[in-house]
Write a protein that binds this ligand. Structure first.
Ligand SMILES: C[S@@+](CC[C@H](N)C(=O)[O-])C[C@H]1O[C@@H](n2cnc3c(N)ncnc32)[C@H](O)[C@@H]1O
Length: 160
């Protein structure tokens, strides 16, 4: 990570979706720093550059050109499950957590900066998530065999 990283991934998990998991343009954050050995022997590492909470990001406003927001999407998963280890879990107060998460991601973005948001709606509909921010996505698409994973691109509104 360079000192002047321009991309923030505030809940990076094991960085599965990054082509370069050590991209120097990005700052990787997560609320946890831990390793899990999966049942097939593979090791899952969540090792952020900085421990952070997306509900209260430790950055000034207008700092990043891009934020990638991929928060936990599960309200239920087995205690020792691989899903829980990989994706983390929503709390019982997830609406408020994610409302704050959106607000914080937009706060630390430069005006007209880009927010990429990913959501899997197996347990919670994407429409419930989009209701937690007043910013509107520009476009998006669905992926995965069952088309449950949604990707959205937002551009932060310029200050008036
Ligand atoms: C869906 S996973 C991210 C997966 C990641 N995009 C990847 O490519 O591997 C969500 C992550 O959010 C983290 N998380 C949960 N609550 C958080 C919070 N309040 N602040 C920051 N990270 C949080 C979890 O620890 C988990 O690693």
């Amino acid at each position: 990570m360079s000192a002047a990283a321009k991309i923030l991934d505030p809940c990076c998990g094991s960085r599965m979706f990054w082509f370069d998991k050590d991209d120097q343009r990005a700052l990787f954050g997560d609320i946890r720093d831990e390793k899990h050995v999966l049942c097939d022997g593979r090791v899952l590492k969540v090792e952020p550059n900085v421990i952070m909470d997306f509900r209260s990001l430790p950055f000034e406003a207008d700092t990043f050109r891009m934020v990638v927001f991929d928060p936990p999407h599960l309200t239920r998963a087995g205690v020792d499950s691989w899903m829980r280890a990989k994706y983390g879990m929503l709390t019982s107060d997830w609406r408020e957590d994610l409302r704050q998460g959106f607000a914080e991601c937009f706060r630390v973005l430069e005006p007209e900066g880009i927010l990429i948001f990913k959501w899997n709606e197996t347990q919670v509909l994407v429409s419930e998530l989009l209701a937690l921010t007043d910013q509107k996505p520009l476009f998006g698409h669905k992926s995965g065999k069952r088309e449950k994973t949604h990707w959205f691109t937002f551009m932060k509104r310029a200050a008036k």
